[in-house]
Write a protein that binds this ligand. Structure first.
Ligand code: ATP
Ligand code: MG
Length: 270
């Protein structure tokens, strides 16, 4: 499942959006359909695939510390996914925890840059964290939203709330939060050119070469475009099935029929 991250146009747009929210010290909303890649982009922005396990382990210091300190200092971001029935108090407690840990790492990096003897400790390392990204934001209760708004007012911590389409509408019901929203960002599915790029990789992985000028390949591409509408998760789920259909039927070529057969096995109700 964990294939290499592809730096898509949408990811670059997300990065620009996150940088803007951070610079303006405001609150931003990122919304988009299920499976388009919101979580992946946000985790990538926060270097979270590296920092989360490192912070969770938090063991005796070792050789790889400096690398993680530098990562934390570069992203200065906490990525957080609330639990389904999260209690507001636990939410704030967890956020504090991550903010302190990322802050300590960034602080360590900054201190490593200082000449010896000039060690100045930050009195509040949490201040080094500039952005908080909350995924699955529809899980936040009104109280949690109120606590986050209060945190934002007091510390000017920039925040991004990620959710499904319509999450921005939900926040309209909270005028105090809504009036503080700086940016709203729509995370879209892959465009045609990028879809071709991703498909090319999938084709290669199946040991084949994709040629959009070839009639059969063009039809296959059209079928995939229609079925997945450029949705990353659907693409990811479709390809193992395509592989299966090819194997079971002892076929060599990925045709639109193969794709239709593969799609019929999946429940695609996006
Ligand atoms: N940039 C990318 N490069 C490679 N694979 C990606 C990329 N973005 C997403 N994916 C793949 O697509 C799948 C869905 O992505 P992700 O979980 O980020 O979607 P999402 O928008 O957060 O969906 P949901 O709204 O359901 O949480 C992931 O399993 C991931 O493997
Ligand atoms: Mg997600």
């Amino acid at each position: 499942m964990n294939q290499a991250f592809i730096v898509t146009k949408e990811h670059r747009r997300f990065t620009e959006f996150a940088n803007a929210v951070r610079k303006e010290k405001t609150i931003g909303i990122c919304h988009g359909a299920a499976g388009v890649g919101k979580t992946n982009s946000a985790r990538r922005y926060a270097n979270w695939d590296a920092l989360e396990p490192y912070i969770n382990a938090w063991g005796p210091r070792g050789d790889h510390d400096a690398k993680h300190y530098a990562l934390a200092n570069r992203s200065r971001t906490v990525f957080y996914t609330p639990e389904v029935l999260c209690r507001p108090k636990d939410l704030m407690h967890d956020i504090d925890h991550w903010q302190i840990k990322v802050g300590i790492c960034a602080d360590e990096h900054l201190r490593s840059l200082m000449p010896d003897g000039e060690v100045v400790r930050q009195n509040d390392v949490t201040r080094l964290v500039e952005l908080l990204i909350i995924d699955e934001a529809e899980r936040l209760t009104p109280t949690a939203l109120e606590l986050l708004r209060d945190r934002h007012d007091r510390t000017h911590l920039a925040m991004i709330l990620i959710g499904m389409p319509g999450v921005d509408e939900r926040f309209r019901h909270y005028p105090q939060l809504y009036s503080r929203l700086g940016f709203s960002h729509h995370y879209r599915a892959l465009g045609r050119e990028e879809l071709l790029f991703v498909l090319d990789r999938h084709w290669k992985r199946l040991g084949r070469t994709l040629d959009p000028d070839d009639f059969t390949d063009a039809q296959a591409i059209a079928a995939i475009e229609r079925i997945t509408r450029g949705n990353f998760r659907l693409l990811e789920r479709l390809f193992p099935q395509i592989n299966r259909v090819l194997k079971i039927n002892q076929l060599d070529t990925i045709t639109d029929d193969v794709i239709e057969a593969a799609a019929s096995i999946l429940v695609i109700g996006n």
